[in-house]
Design a protein around this ligand. Structure first.
Ligand code: SF4
Ligand code: SF4
Length: 95
């Protein structure tokens, strides 16, 4: 399940740098979470880091994005693969 940021957000900027996936960004009015990048911090941490630091506790689980740990793990692996340098996927050049 991805997390979401509610209207209680005070734009304090604290959560954004804590996300290991770069899923948090400043939207038109308040900070938002890209659900295609949020993994609930699986593998990286035991607890969602954004929830840990938010001073107004406005980052609940998104009930519209119910996901299993396996799905979150798969997203983590996809994000890692996308972050890897593209040349690492190519066969080694002959020397
Ligand atoms: S739960 Fe983790 S991955 Fe999801 S937005 Fe918060 S810090 Fe980022
Ligand atoms: S830590 Fe909480 S209040 Fe601060 S920007 Fe993030 S969601 Fe908003």
């Amino acid at each position: 399940m991805a997390l979401m940021i509610t209207d209680d957000c005070i734009n304090c900027d604290v959560c954004e740098p804590e996300c290991p996936n770069g899923a948090i960004f400043l939207g038109p009015l308040i900070y938002q979470i890209d659900p295609d990048k949020c993994t609930e911090c699986v593998v990286h941490f035991n607890e969602p880091q954004c929830q840990q630091v938010c001073p107004v506790a406005c980052i609940p689980l998104d009930p519209a994005r119910v996901e299993t740990r396996e799905q979150l793990q798969a997203r983590y692996e996809r994000l890692q693969a996308e972050a890897a340098p593209s040349h690492s996927l190519s066969p080694a050049a002959p020397s």
